[in-house]
Design a protein around this ligand. Structure first.
Ligand SMILES: Cc1ncc(COP(=O)(O)O)c(C=O)c1O
Length: 389
């Protein structure tokens, strides 16, 4: 179905050992109620991929298609915007402006002047910044987004469309994270980051609680038929941790979570190898822009070091193979570069007897995949799907 390409697979020897509660259930219920109340909210589709299931010799493969999420093109719409909403409500209370403002009030223009005094910021390789900018525009605060120099113009423009100021910094995503933190400190802005570190966990926790809405929808759509495996892309690990936590909450600890990263930015796999969170150096040069992260999120790692069953790394070539596979099948699915690592990992592992056995993939397996973005950079998408254009 796709050409054979090199991939790495590492079973997590600490899988299943007890750990800390990273995302409390009460926080998830709050996130679900809030996000479901936003105008335009609708569950994204869960699509059966019979052709992929046949090729992988498993019972079923389902694809949670996040391309249509709130018109932003990725699941990240659920996280950043929700964290902005939470932050504004808390900050208005702290400043004595409103004790318990609702986001519907803010979106309707209540406390406009006070909200305008608040600036949110973050680093992004595209999708998270788009979500933060969208949330800032909806709820009325200022927004400054930091991107590193290789973030495409298409992605910068998509963020600027929501009224955010874009600042470009040299280096990679991790350099942009540091630039955002430093500027926020100097200016009194609020960092709404999707990655957490020592002393900075509250906001990324909200972001991850928002991601759980995607997993919750998928669990409902599976109508009680528990998946045996979920393959999920890893950048800093936030969404993978949310998937691990929420599938465990809905289906128990039996579901095997396989975290999949680009070969050139596999910081979660490297951390599992090292037995502790470690950074991978270099320019993180991968086509999978949303996954080009060299340092795990602290919160995410706290979950994944025990919650992940295995870690895999796949090549850019196999991502392009999978984008084309989905674009050419009928019905076609539009999936961006950072959406398909999980699919690539499934197809590559399933064909190889050793990895198949290591992951416990068999004809009874029911696999859940998350198509975490659509064509979030349409020009790049078109070029990759049909290079002759
Ligand atoms: C499309 C897409 N998928 C997956 C991820 C990975 O998410 P995380 O950084 O939370 O691991 C990202 C991150 O930007 C993304 O944009």
């Amino acid at each position: 179905m796709i050409p054979d390409r090199p991939a790495r697979l590492l079973l997590n020897r600490r899988h299943g050992t007890p750990g800390v509660v990273v995302l409390p259930e009460s926080g998830f219920r709050r996130a679900r109620a809030e996000i479901a109340s936003w105008p335009g909210y609708a569950p994204t589709p869960l699509l059966p991929l019979e052709d992929v299931a046949a090729a992988a010799r498993v019972a079923a493969v389902h694809w949670k298609d996040e391309g249509g999420r709130f018109g932003l093109g990725s699941f990240k719409a659920l996280g950043g915007a929700y964290a902005v909403a939470r932050l504004l409500v808390a900050e208005l209370a702290r400043r004595g402006v409103a004790n318990a403002a609702t986001t519907a009030e803010l979106a309707g223009g209540a406390h406009r002047d006070a909200v305008r005094e608040i600036t949110v910021t973050c680093a992004t390789d595209g999708n998270h910044g788009r979500s933060v900018a969208w949330g800032a525009e909806r709820f009325g605060c200022r927004c400054v987004i930091f991107v590193h120099e290789t973030v495409s113009q298409g992605r910068r423009d998509a963020i600027a469309r929501y009224g955010a100021e874009i600042r470009v910094v040299p280096g990679n995503y991790d350099d942009a994270v540091r630039a955002a933190a430093k500027t926020a400190e100097a200016e009194g802005w609020f960092v709404v980051s999707d990655t957490s570190y020592e002393g900075y966990t509250e906001i990324p926790r909200d972001v991850m609680q928002g991601y759980r809405v995607m997993v919750d929808e998928a669990a409902d759509q599976l109508q009680g038929a528990a998946p045996t495996h979920a393959f999920i892309q890893g950048g800093v690990g936030g969404v993978a941790a949310a998937v691990a936590i929420h599938l465990r909450a809905r289906f128990g600890a039996e579901v095997k979570i396989i975290v999949v990263e680009p070969e050139r930015a596999a910081c979660l796999l490297a951390s599992a190898e090292a037995g502790e969170a470690v950074a991978v150096p270099g320019d993180l040069d991968t086509l999978m822009a949303g996954l080009a992260c060299g340092e795990p999120s602290l919160l995410a790692w706290q979950e994944l070091e025990r919650g992940a069953f295995a870690f895999m790394a796949v090549s850019d070539d196999s991502a392009v193979d999978c984008m084309r596979l989905l674009a050419r099948r009928r019905p076609a699915i539009t999936a961006g570069e950072s959406a398909v690592a999980g699919l690539a990992a499934l197809l590559l592992a399933a064909r190889e007897p050793m990895s198949r056995a290591m992951l416990g993939l068999d004809p009874e397996s029911r696999v859940l995949l998350f198509g975490t973005e659509g064509a979030t950079d349409p020009d790049l998408y078109a070029r990759l799907i049909d290079p002759s254009d």
